[in-house]
Design a binder for this molecule. Structure first.
Ligand code: ZN
Length: 177
C-alpha cells in the first residue's frame, strides 16, 4: 500500500499500488476537502536520480508519524514539524506536539580534506531543547554529530546517516509523490 497526501488539506489517502501499472496516472478525490489530484505510479525501485549524497536524517516511526528519511544538503538544514506554508527545508511530517515548527538545525559542511562535518544546533524557541543521548542542548547550543548519532526532539527520535554511510535497515516506506 502507498500513501499520498492531498495537496490542498494534507489529508492522507492510502491505495493499493499493485493494482496499477507503472507510469499510470491515477486521479483521486480527497474525502476531506474533495480536491481532485493526479498521482503517477512510479516504477518499483525506480533508480533515484544520482544526486550528491550529503547524508540524511532518519526519523524513527512512533505513534505520531511513519518512518521518514530526510535528505540533507550543504549548509543549514532546518528541522521541525511540518505545518502548511512552512518555509523550513527539512520538515518532519508528524503530529508530535512537542516538536517545534522550527526545532533544530543540522549544518553540513566539508572540511579541507573534503570530509563532511555535521553540526547540530538547537533552535527551539519554546525551550523544549534538543537531546543527544543525555546531552541537553539549549537554544543555540551546538554539538558536532556523526554517523549514527541519535537525536531526540520532543517525543521524536532521529538518527544521522552521514554521507557515504549505509542505512542499516532499508524498509523506509516510500511515498508516491
Ligand atoms: Zn484534501
Amino acid at each position: 500500500m502507498k500513501r499520498v497526501k492531498c495537496p490542498k488539506c494534507d489529508n492522507y489517502l492510502t491505495f493499493d499500488e499493485t493494482k496499477y501499472v507503472e507510469g499510470q496516472t491515477l486521479v483521486f478525490e480527497c474525502p476531506e476537502c474533495h480536491r481532485q489530484f493526479g498521482v503517477r505510479i512510479a516504477a518499483p525501485q525506480a533508480a533515484a536520480p544520482a544526486e550528491e549524497d550529503f547524508g540524511s536524517l532518519i526519523v524513527i516511526e512512533n505513534v505520531f508519524h511513519y518512518k521518514q528519511t530526510l535528505p540533507l544538503r550543504l549548509g543549514d538544514n532546518v528541522v521541525g514539524r511540518y505545518v502548511r506554508g512552512t518555509d523550513i527545508n527539512t520538515p518532519i511530517e508528524t503530529t508530535d506536539p512537542s516538536v517545534d515548527t522550527t526545532h533544530c538545525v543540522i549544518n553540513v559542511r566539508r572540511n579541507r580534506q573534503g570530509q563532511f562535518i555535521y553540526t547540530l544546533r538547537d533552535a527551539s524557541t519554546d525551550g523544549t531543547g534538543t537531546f543527544v543521548g543525555t546531552t541537553f542542548l539549549r537554544y543555540n547550543d551546538r554539538l558536532r554529530i556523526e554517523d549514527g548519532t541519535i537525536i531526540t526532539i520532543g517525543a521524536t527520535t532521529m538518527i544521522l546517516r552521514a554521507a557515504g554511510c549505509e542505512e542499516e535497515e532499508t524498509t523506509a516506506e516510500e511515498r508516491t509523490a
